[in-house]
Design a protein around this ligand. Structure first.
Ligand code: PLP
Length: 480
């Protein structure tokens, strides 16, 4: 076989020359982005490094093609090659996750959720309404009936995990469209343990009687029992939607199985493809045969033309995730998160829920006397990229926060193991213990500005670069 690293180097060097001939500053920023990603410790839980094959697949003329519709049923002519890649992506997704049906057109996680919401509304509300009215097509409803149906669609209830417990803004958060298109209520975690409280959730579901229960999270460091979630949904007649955007890689890699695998339990599963799953930036939906015909109408219901170049890259990424190596990768993500969590606990840093059993570690930095924002900034100055995050009942609110969210998928891709993650914990703890709040112009303690003890940022940055140098990103890719 040809030397893939050498091919990748020449492919990117030549691509950057072509780009530079039009706008050299974009070529330069692209080079610099690689250098920056190579040097920094990327602990953002939602990020990863896709393979060169996945990245290269995105940069083609598939981007130029309109293909509204579904495989074999397009509103545009000449879609035979788009049909090939979309069908492949869907087939790989079905096989990878053991799903009855897969829809790979959503452009992002948010698009996948919006599409899923409207598919569920179409299946549960609009379909029965049309049947009752004795018409096949909504265009055949009278103006009065149409107004009544629109009101009915706008009158449905959604129960999702609250943002500060680790849910996502698309799960009924008021500033998001999901909080406006539904009557929404939120479930949370036990204030003592930080763990999901299934009994409180069930009680809330019985009282609220939602049409949809959404499970899934962006910042919850524990596994979820989806069999239990389905039982609750069935009891109240709700559709169970699981948003696995964050942990799809752990499902694909068979770390989450049985009750922890959402696919056999949920009616509809939504996801991104670019987080722990390590594919191109995009979204997709898995569904049971019952919901498939509604999800299949994502275009024209919610979406316009699909991103054919990204669907092609999804096919490549899902094919990668079907290889046995991906299961090893997924198990390493979870093992590394455990090592990282232990590294913090033994150095006296508090963790939300006291640990992790997925890919996320959520630091509570309040006992160190700083805000999440100060911690995030001090770490960034030190070459460690993280993001601040609320902790349950956060006294500092959603902007300053008291937490820092860390995730292991990206650095696990680079090959770091348990020993290195312990070293990462050591570097982080040292920075946080060397950081203190600055003062506002009025002399009060600030929640934003901060002071790091002399030399700590520089020393940490050098240690991070040394560590990253031992685990090169895209080894062999040389743009010089
Ligand atoms: C990241 C995320 C999304 C949104 O994905 P985008 O591709 O950024 O739109 C949706 N839901 C959850 C749970 C997420 O973590």
């Amino acid at each position: 076989m040809a030397d893939v690293n050498a091919l990748t180097s020449s492919a990117y060097s030549q691509a950057l020359e072509v780009i530079a001939s039009v706008e050299p500053r974009v070529a330069e920023a692209t080079r610099q982005e690689l250098a920056d990603q190579r040097a920094s410790l990327k602990l953002i839980a939602s990020e990863n490094y896709a393979s060169p094959a996945v990245l290269l697949t995105m940069g083609t003329w598939f981007s130029d093609k309109y293909a509204e519709g579904t495989v074999g049923h397009r509103f545009y002519a000449g879609c035979q090659n788009v049909d090939t890649v979309e069908a492949l992506a869907a087939e790989h997704a079905r096989e990878l996750f053991g799903a009855e049906y897969a829809y790979v057109q959503p452009h992002s996680g948010i698009d996948a959720n919006l599409t899923a919401y409207w598919a569920i509304l179409a299946h549960r509300v609009e379909g029965p309404w049309l049947q009752n009215a004795g018409v096949k097509n909504m265009n055949d409803l009278s103006e009065t009936e149409w107004e009544r149906l629109r009101n009915e669609l706008g009158n449905q209830r959604l129960l999702g995990m609250s943002l500060d417990a680790g849910g996502h803004l698309t799960h009924g958060f008021r500033p998001n469209i999901s909080g406006k298109m539904f009557h929404q209520q939120q479930y949370g975690t036990d204030p003592e343990t930080g763990l999901l409280d299934y009994d409180a959730l069930a009680a809330k579901a019985r009282e609220f009687k939602p049409l949809i229960i959404v499970a899934g999270y962006s910042a919850y460091p524990r596994r979820v029992n989806f069999a239990k979630m389905r039982e609750i949904a069935d009891e109240v007649g709700a559709t169970l939607m699981v948003d696995m955007a964050h942990f799809a890689g752990l499902v694909a890699g068979k770390v989450f199985t049985g009750d922890e695998d959402p696919v056999p339990h949920a009616h509809v599963v939504t996801s991104t493809s670019h987080k722990s799953l390590r594919g191109p930036r995009g979204g997709f939906i898995l569904a049971t045969d019952e919901y498939a015909p509604s999800v299949d109408r994502g275009c024209p219901m919610v979406l316009g033309g699909p991103l054919s170049h990204v669907m092609a890259a999804k096919a490549v990424a899902f094919a990668e995730a079907r290889r046995p190596e991906f299961q090893t990768y997924a198990q390493d993500i979870a093992d590394n998160a455990k090592a990282l969590a232990e590294g913090f606990l033994k150095r006296g840093v508090k963790l939300v829920t006291g640990g992790t059993d997925n890919h996320i570690v959520l630091l509570d930095v309040s006992s160190l006397g700083i805000t999440g924002r100060q911690a995030e900034s001090a770490l960034l100055d030190s070459g460690v990229v993280t993001n601040r995050n609320s902790v349950p009942s956060d006294p500092n609110g959603a902007w300053y926060t008291s937490g820092v969210r860390l995730g292991t998928p990206a650095l696990t891709t680079r090959g770091l193991g348990a020993d290195e993650f312990d070293q990462v914990a050591d570097l982080i703890v040292n920075v946080l213990k060397s950081t203190s709040p600055g003062t506002t112009s009025a002399g009060a303690p600030s929640k934003a500005s901060y002071v790091i003890a002399d030399g700590v940022a520089e020393k940490t940055k050098a240690a991070a670069a040394e560590l990253m140098g031992r685990f090169p990103l895209y080894p062999g890719l040389d743009l010089s």
